[in-house]
Write a protein that binds this ligand. Structure first.
Ligand SMILES: Nc1ncnc2c1ncn2[C@@H]1O[C@H](COP(=O)(O)OP(=O)(O)OP(=O)(O)O)[C@@H](O)[C@H]1O
Ligand SMILES: O=C(O)c1ccc[n+]([C@@H]2O[C@H](COP(=O)([O-])O)[C@@H](O)[C@H]2O)c1
Length: 217
């Protein structure tokens, strides 16, 4: 009897705070790639950016409120147990060990995060562990740098079927159906100014932010 091969997604982020751009992308990613589940993983110390405004355990609680019971999305706190920068290669290494060598493991990043991908930690090892899906995002249409073009060179595939033909090593640039133009930066600014964030993030996340008096000036 043949056994179905697991298809697993990893969606890491600072999530400071989580918003509908993240959540809608995760749901659509799961549908587009027919993933069993998407691990939503907050980064306590995201590399290549400043210190988040809110601490990791509070960002985790907001993510849990935002994901709620969404089918196929799994809030995963594993990076909070680690010290030092939250390198994705370390997280993927753990997921690969858990799901085994034939699982299709896919890390999703927005096009803005991908623009600095050449600076990420241990890229060769990362591509041995996982595929990378680059998600389009409104307002980020800058052309690829030479370093990125070189990375894409022999790894880029045209569609989901080609990506899923192997466990790791490919890059797929994907335009998911609803590209939601919201950023955590914009939300932090709105909250600091006392302006409304309604309909930009889940109601449960807004309630938790208000109850805990987060992101106020
Ligand atoms: N609206 C969006 N649509 C698609 N992808 C997104 C969107 N917002 C964030 N992402 C992606 O989600 C991941 C985590 O993003 P992050 O938590 O840094 O949110 P952000 O809105 O970009 O935050 P900030 O404004 O603080 O930089 C990154 O790969 C990022 O590209
Ligand atoms: O591994 C790296 O070198 C690396 C460099 C930059 C970002 N990341 C991860 O990418 C995810 C998105 O990061 P950010 O800063 O766009 O929120 C988050 O999970 C980070 O830990 C990872």
């Amino acid at each position: 009897m043949t056994q179905a091969v697991a298809r697993i997604g990893m969606f890491g982020g600072t999530f400071d705070p989580v918003h509908l751009g993240h959540l809608r992308s995760a749901v659509e990613l799961r549908e587009a790639l027919m993933l069993d589940c998407v691990h939503m993983i907050p980064a306590p110390s995201p590399p290549l950016r400043g210190v988040p405004q809110v601490d990791a355990s509070q960002r985790l609680a907001l993510l849990e409120a935002g994901v709620g019971d969404t089918p196929g999305l799994k809030v995963d706190a594993r990076e909070l147990d680690r010290v030092g920068p939250s390198y994705s290669v370390d997280t993927l290494s753990e997921l690969r060990a858990e799901y085994g060598p034939s699982a299709r493991l896919v890390m999703a990043v927005g096009v803005d995060a991908f623009s600095r991908f050449a600076q990420w930690e241990r890229l060769e090892a990362l591509f041995e562990l996982a595929h990378v899906v680059v998600m389009a995002r409104p307002g980020y249409d800058t052309p690829w740098s030479d370093a990125l073009r070189e990375l894409l060179g022999h790894r880029e595939v045209d569609d989901v079927a080609a990506l899923m033909a192997s466990p790791s090593g490919g890059i797929l640039v994907l335009s998911l159906p609803s590209r939601i133009d919201v950023s955590a930066t914009e939300l932090r600014e709105r909250l600091a100014d006392g302006r409304s964030v309604r309909y930009l993030l889940p109601d449960a996340v807004e309630r938790a932010i208000v109850a805990q008096k987060l992101y106020r000036r």
